[in-house]
Design a protein around this ligand. Structure first.
Ligand code: NAD
Length: 284
């Protein structure tokens, strides 16, 4: 039996990267999926490839009416909504705080935070009467530690994680589970976009981004969309029926922090010692 047989999901940002990987995973597990994304050509192409089990709706998640329309589409086409995956995102405004362009700030928050709120709001309108539902929000390790994204992006992602916890408490009595996923460094166009690369050039650049990142996570490789899609599948499935209010980190161990060997190396090097010789010893 497929793990999402006959379930209906909306995946925002479903035309690319983590969202696309999750659309493919959910469809393979029997779900019917609304792909809600700004990118029309990619979204349409994906829906055509996967067949009538999926449909595409061009959606800007910062526009509440468009998010409501995605929920309406799921209901009119398939009569239910089991899973809302609020995943759409981009790097947003960057640069020194004193130069922060507040319109760009509003646009960033509009997508990364308001888009998640409105996705939950309109999903809950149909999930409460159904007596069940699953909401999954894409946060980030940038919301847990500094150094993984611009400050506006990072603050928005921290808010997404905490929103998920608080909303989980509000919605638990209605049998609606809410969780966030905090991906680490995942090979997607979110990294090619700041380099000014699009389309085939963006795809062609992914191996170079992999080369730049792969030795960083303790597990020794970059993340791929399927790593996050597997977590989103588990959270959507009945296997996670006792899991709510969590911000689940999927990062190959990056947020475990620096390895202790690095500390001994710094210590030994500053005293001109062989790093292998600098280790804790019995006594003082
Ligand atoms: P991606 O660029 O491959 O995909 C993002 C998708 O979101 C694109 O298809 C884009 O068109 C869509 N999108 C952007 N703005 C939108 C809007 N206003 N309305 C609707 N769709 C919109 O990047 P990705 O890495 O797959 O990003 C997915 C999510 O994962 C984002 O929320 C991102 O912040 C988060 N994330 C990514 C990483 C990573 O390392 N790739 C790490 C942590 C968190």
């Amino acid at each position: 039996m497929s793990r999402l047989q006959d379930r209906v999901a909306i995946i925002t940002g479903g035309a690319s990267g983590i969202g696309e990987g999750t659309v493919r995973k959910y469809a393979a597990e029997g779900a019917r999926v609304v792909i809600a994304d700004l990118q029309e050509a990619r979204g349409q192409q994906l829906a055509e490839e996967l067949g009538p089990q999926t449909t595409f709706l061009q959606t800007d998640v910062s526009d509440e009416a468009q998010v409501a329309a995605a929920v309406d589409l799921a209901m009119s086409r398939w009569g239910r909504l089991d899973v809302m995956f609020n995943n759409a995102g981009f790097g947003g405004v960057s640069g020194p705080i004193e130069d922060l362009d507040m319109e760009a700030y509003d646009r960033t928050m509009g997508v990364l935070l308001r888009g998640v709120f409105t996705g939950a709001k309109h999903a809950v309108k149909v999930m409460k009467p159904a007596g069940k539902g699953v909401i999954i929000n894409t946060a980030s390790i940038a919301g847990l530690q500094s150094g993984f994204g611009p400050v506006t992006y990072s603050a928005a992602k921290a808010a997404v994680a905490h929103f998920s916890r608080c909303l989980a408490a509000e919605l638990a009595p209605f049998n609606i589970r809410v969780n966030a996923i905090c991906p680490g460094l995942v090979l997607t166009h979110i990294f090619t976009n700041p380099l000014g690369l699009q389309g085939a050039a963006a795809d062609a650049a992914l191996p170079r981004i992999d080369a730049a990142f792969s030795s960083w996570p303790p597990l020794g490789r970059s993340g791929v969309p399927e790593d996050i899609a597997n977590t989103a599948l588990w959270l959507a499935s009945d296997e996670a029926s006792y899991v709510t209010g969590q911000a689940i980190v999927v990062d190959g161990g990056i947020t475990t922090g620096p390895r202790s060997s690095e500390m001994w190396e710094r210590l030994a090097t500053s005293f001109g010692m062989d790093p292998a010789a600098a280790r804790p010893r019995p006594g003082n």
